[in-house]
Design a protein around this ligand. Structure first.
Ligand SMILES: *[C@@H]1O[C@H](CO)[C@@H](O)[C@H](O)[C@H]1NC(C)=O
Ligand SMILES: *[C@@H]1O[C@H](CO)[C@@H](O)[C@H](O)[C@H]1NC(C)=O
Length: 258
């Protein structure tokens, strides 16, 4: 009797875990939203973009992440719509260039490497050499050049000003990293473990390795994993990558000025 019950329970257990596995595979699990609020000439923002963000492009985590960048940070908008940036006009210019890059190339696999390149040039003191990034990455300069020099770039910055000012709770400093609406504050460098915690689906390999490593080492979260087996299997669809709220905002930009 007891063994029958045990057997029954075992099957029940097996059945339940099968259901769980099936549910986990149904693709109904949403991606984790990763939002980065930053400004182009802030050294901490640049450092995050150059040395932390690339990890999730290498370890496969981008498959479960919807990443959005908001190049505005601590810039100020006067009532006459004039913009003042924390690190001066150079920062305003590069914020606009980066906003234009996001608009011109909505795919994160295109605009993030470009922005990373611009940030690397700027933080190496080669502020004026950001244009070398077009050639370095084989990108057509035209859409970004037209945008940042014109009214389109200004309009994009006004949208980022609005989106940044709409943060709840408001940002306190930059980089301000938000995972599924929750600001990480000074734990932002551990963003990977926050992404893994927020994800409702079967943990990707990078998360398993990260939690294992942190259990073993007692607190190291963001391992730069770059194993080939974890490369994204499929190209990410453009649909996932479009900055929805920004694109919604762009409805009120006159396409003629872009
Ligand atoms: C806009 O306002 C700011 C501060 O209030 C002022 O310094 C600036 O000159 C004004 N710009 C224009 C174009 O009126
Ligand atoms: C952002 O823009 C929306 C739509 O125009 C407006 O309703 C809202 O008040 C703005 N928010 C901020 C913080 O400026």
């Amino acid at each position: 009797m007891a063994s029958l019950l045990l057997q029954c329970c075992f099957f029940l257990f097996a059945y339940l875990s099968m259901i769980q596995i099936c549910l986990g595979n149904t693709n109904t699990v949403g991606n984790v939203k990763l939002d980065l609020y930053y400004e182009s000439l802030c050294p901490f923002s640049a450092k995050f973009i150059m040395s932390k963000l690339p990890v999730i492009f290498e370890n496969g985590l981008m498959d479960i992440v919807d990443l959005r960048l908001f190049p505005w940070g601590n810039a100020k908008l006067a009532s006459n719509n004039s913009i003042t940036c924390q690190h001066g006009p150079k920062e305003c210019l590069l914020n606009t260039v980066e906003a234009c890059a996001i608009y011109a190339w909505p795919n994160v696999d295109v605009h993030v490497p470009f922005i990373t390149c611009v940030e690397s040039q700027a933080s190496a003191g080669k502020y004026k050499e950001w244009k070398a990034c077009f050639q370095e990455l084989g990108l057509d300069p035209e859409p970004v050049n037209t945008c940042y020099k014109g009214e389109g770039g200004k309009q994009l910055e006004l949208i980022y000003a609005n989106l940044t000012a709409s943060l709840k709770p408001p940002h306190v400093y930059v980089p301000w990293v938000v995972v599924d609406g929750k600001p990480l504050e000074d734990d932002y460098e551990n963003f990977i473990s926050h992404i893994c915690k927020a994800y409702k689906g079967i943990p990707p390999t990078a998360c398993v390795k990260t939690s294992l490593a942190s259990a073993l080492k007692g607190g190291v979260h963001a391992l730069p994993l770059s194993d080939k087996e974890n490369k994204p299997q499929r190209p990410r669809s453009n649909e996932n990558l479009v900055l929805r709220s920004v694109m919604d905002g762009l409805d009120y930009i006159n396409p003629a000025v872009m």
